[in-house]
Design a protein around this ligand. Sequence first.
Ligand code: ZN
Length: 278
Amino acid sequence: MPETPVAYETPAEHVARIVLNRPEARNAQDTGLLYALNDAFDRAARDDATKVIILAAVGPHFSSGHDLREGGEIAEQMAPFEPVGTWCGFGCAGAEGRMAREKEIYLGLSERWRNIPKPTIAAVQGKCISGGLMLAWPCDLIVAAEDALFCDNTVGLGVGGVEYFAHPWEVGPRKAKELLFTADWLTAHEARALGMVNQVVPAEELQDRVLDLAKRIATKPMFALKLAKEAVNAAEDAQGRVGAMGTAFALHQLAHSHNMQVHGRPVDPSGIALPKRG
Ligand code: ZN
């Protein structure tokens, strides 16, 4: 096991790099990794010398999504960590406890990172699956290695999409439906053509190219960067993003409750397999 599931680096003046560091688990997100990631984002947000934040990952794959092997009761999973939201109720029975956890660590943390008032850049290599999208999408820019592959396979698991349901804004409504219905892989070049990815670069150049981009952005005035980000985010929110994502989150909770009733677990156990490719 690595010493910490998330590393914090300062590779250049005014640039922080946060690194997912669970390569042996393909950077799967357990509760500890998500809170460590949140701590790192908070550190970068609070440091006035930091102007641009990079999110990178150690190993061949950016993130395999939620760590479905994390055991124990929800209250036990959450107990070691200080919640950042006020919903709480992690010890409550049934759907109430599950919704509390997912509202805090999935929708809540991803939305929190999306609203950090400093430019953020995700550097994505290899596979970025389902919950992995909830780490890359909240970033302002995404630079992908040529080998990057994106996928949301949750419909096969009996759930209608990941908790941070940004699909229609990331790839457009029609493509969002295709990707959800099929769980097909989206290549780096396809993602760029759809506007989900800013740049596609050779895998061996990924970290250098992202750092160069971060350094260029960091030469700009911080307040203007902050205002530019806020203005674009406000445009997305004026389109109804927050309300639509709230509806999707509620439907996601309905799916978990349905699966609990029918299968005795929050996901349909018949749908674990990923599509072939990559
Ligand atoms: Zn869920």
